[in-house]
Design a protein around this ligand. Structure first.
Ligand SMILES: [Zn+2]
Ligand SMILES: [Zn+2]
Length: 209
């Protein structure tokens, strides 16, 4: 299969999963194809499926395309979302620990607009991002990534109960403070919610019977 056919097939899969065709699907498919090529991984969803972990640095459209092309999923622990708001992703071969970070160049949008001045922004991007060479769209950084055993796929490592809230913490995500085991929230680290009331039973709906 030539590269164009392969791109079109992967893009169609990405659009089906993501729900629409957008510039992010095109960029995402291309980032993923490039990352796999750099690592020499040819069958990420088949015989190479245990070799790959991807770190994605943004939670936008392209992330869905990177998921469909690589087969990596958050729930399989082979996709890590590190939200730095950057169109960038790092592909790691965990057999060799070779890792490459692919970054979208800062002026990709401007280049697209210059290529197709008569089209609207999004149409220009979609057309240009298909046609531009990888070297006009991306830069590559050889990197090293530290992955702890508790970050890898497989059964959970460690299971602790937070002494403050009583909730269970898997995979060594607990914090030990003065000999106490705490979850990250109770340890005062970054958190995303504030409780409005005490814990309560769920709204009761019968699923059967
Ligand atoms: Zn989209
Ligand atoms: Zn806690």
């Amino acid at each position: 299969m030539d590269n164009n056919n392969k791109f079109d097939r992967l893009l169609a899969e990405a659009v089906l999963f993501h729900g629409h065709l957008c510039a992010g699907q095109i960029i995402g498919v291309r980032i993923a194809m490039l990352g796999l090529r750099e690592l020499g991984i040819t069958d990420p969803k088949g015989e190479d499926r245990k070799k790959l972990i991807v770190f994605v640095e943004i939670d936008r459209c392209a992330t869905d395309a990177i998921m469909t092309v690589t087969g990596c999923r958050v729930g399989r622990r082979n996709m890590k979302l590190i939200d730095h708001g950057k169109m960038a992703a790092t592909f790691v071969n965990i057999e060799t620990m070779q890792a490459v970070r692919i970054v979208s160049v800062a002026d990709a949008r401007e280049k697209a607009a210059r290529m197709y001045p008569d089209l609207d922004k999004s149409a220009a991007q979609m057309k240009a991002y298909r046609e531009m060479a990888d070297s006009d769209l991306f830069v590559v950084q050889d990197v090293t990534v530290s992955l702890k055993p508790e970050d890898l796929p497989g059964p959970p490592l460690g299971k602790e109960i937070c002494v403050e809230c009583g909730e269970t913490v898997l995979d060594r995500r607990e914090i030990r403070l003065a000999g106490k085991v705490l979850c990250q929230r109770c340890a005062g680290q970054d958190h995303y919610f504030e409780p409005l009331a005490a814990l309560r039973p769920p709204l009761d709906v019968r699923l059967s019977g």
